[in-house]
Design a protein around this ligand. Structure first.
Ligand SMILES: [Mn+2]
Length: 429
């Protein structure tokens, strides 16, 4: 039986205050959608089946290069993090898996499995870390990891990824995500071709150790921490990697890892068309890789990404990209941010499901630009909140995420148990 961290009676009491209004709103929206030939229940069922993974590191306060300001009741270890993830899952009913970062979350794999199964949580992709030095490691990643000039450093980075796969096998993960910070800070510092060749050779060794039913996701990022050149800098290089490695290799798109104003939804379409779109890291940004909450800055872009995903789903029934939130929470309670972000990702999906695909196709083929774009805007402008709230309520989640979480007093309770952490001079990125 699934254990609940928030007493279900709290959720029920909060929902009881809002259920009557929700039923009216749901029926009203149902009638409106019915006029457009859309079954609200069918949309709700798809929304209910949708899940986005929570990254273990997301439940702690992030930080910037300048400072980190920890909140109250910060998780002390991976087991506290799993409990915070369980709260998010209980209230949203939209985050059924947790994604681990090694070595940050290193623990006895059997204990990890037990801890997650108490709350009926599964494990999403494993994330390796060769962008920072772990305590006691022999070689430093200061000048690179999988693409380092030094062979002993590359071997150590490969070995670390193999260890991530081993842990993942025990806890039931089915994928490895690799993001490296390798690159250079000065023109001439590295030879681009040699560096990329080292990277590909290292990735081939990792790929060879993947179990049959696993995938490897490589994640591109334009810049940072390397500020002149980055080895895996864009979707073009990422596609080359996935092609070079083989059928189990896919590209991962992090919404924040692109130049400003880049047409990300088009990248999504291109990668999917050639069978190499593996999944997403959802977040939002204003200027760069800001790791702000998904849908908080440009919700229309998030919708446009999901518009492509629904289009691809319609053409390929076997299309199952991995979804994960990848955010850094500096000024909010991470649990609150992650709950609302999960709901916003669901919202974009629900809105994309409302697009009149036949009408859109006819407008496109008839070169009616305005009718085509209007069919997207009509879907985007529909307030789908009653669909999301109904999907949550029916599964035991909260109609009002924020109000219910705050009424539960969870943060104050864990603050009593978990000791306060001193503010640091720099944070995780
Ligand atoms: Mn990411």
């Amino acid at each position: 039986m699934t254990e609940h961290i928030i007493d279900p009676s709290v959720v029920e009491a909060e929902n009881a205050q809002r259920a009557a209004d929700l039923n009216v709103d749901y029926d009203t929206l149902g009638e409106r959608l019915d006029r457009r030939g859309i079954s609200i229940d069918a949309i709700k069922d798809k929304v209910a089946a949708f899940s986005v993974a929570v990254p273990s590191w997301g439940v702690g306060t992030g930080g910037t290069r300048f400072a980190r300001f920890p909140g109250k009741g910060e998780p002390r270890d991976i087991f506290d993090k799993i409990e915070d993830c369980a709260v998010i899952a209980q209230l949203t009913q939209a985050t059924k898996t947790v994604s681990l970062h090694i070595p940050w979350d290193k623990a006895d794999p059997n204990r990890l499995k037990q801890a997650a199964s108490r709350f009926n949580l599964g494990f999403d992709a494993m994330n390796s870390n060769t962008f920072a030095d772990a305590a006691g490691q022999m070689q430093s990643y200061k000048f690179g990891s999988l693409s380092a000039a030094d062979k002993a450093t590359r071997d150590q980075a490969i070995e670390h990824n193999l260890e991530c796969i081993e842990i993942g096998k025990t806890i039931g993960s089915k994928a490895l995500t690799v993001w490296i910070g390798d690159g250079s800070n000065f023109p001439g510092q590295v030879n681009f071709a040699n560096q990329f060749e080292h990277y590909l050779d290292s990735m081939k060794s990792i790929y060879a150790a993947l179990p049959e039913d696993w995938r490897v996701y490589t994640e591109h990022k334009m810049y940072e921490p390397a500020f002149y050149s980055t080895v895996v800098q864009d979707w073009g290089t990422n596609y080359l990697i996935a092609k070079e490695l083989g059928d189990k290799a896919y590209c991962l798109v992090d919404l924040g890892h692109h130049a400003p104003n880049v047409n990300i939804e088009m990248i999504v379409s291109r990668l999917a068309q050639f069978g190499k779109l593996g999944g997403f890291h959802f977040n939002d940004s204003k200027y760069g890789d800001d790791d702000l909450d998904a849908g908080s800055i440009d919700p229309y872009r998030l919708f446009l990404v999901f518009n492509e995903l629904v289009d691809i789903e319609g053409r390929d029934a076997d299309f199952h990209p991995a979804h994960m939130l990848d955010q850094s929470h500096n000024v909010t309670d991470p649990i609150e941010s992650l709950m609302l972000s999960a709901a916003d990702v669901q919202r974009a999906y629900a809105q994309a499901l409302l697009v009149d695909r036949a009408g859109l196709k006819a407008a496109q083929e008839g070169n009616d630009a305005l009718a085509a774009t209007q069919s997207l805007r009509q879907a985007y402008r529909t307030d789908v909140e009653p669909i999301l709230a109904m999907a949550r309520m029916e599964q035991g989640g909260a109609i009002d995420l924020l109000a219910t979480y705050r009424a539960s007093g969870y943060r104050a309770k864990v603050a009593e148990i978990r000791p306060e952490i001193a503010a640091g001079s720099s944070g995780i990125v």
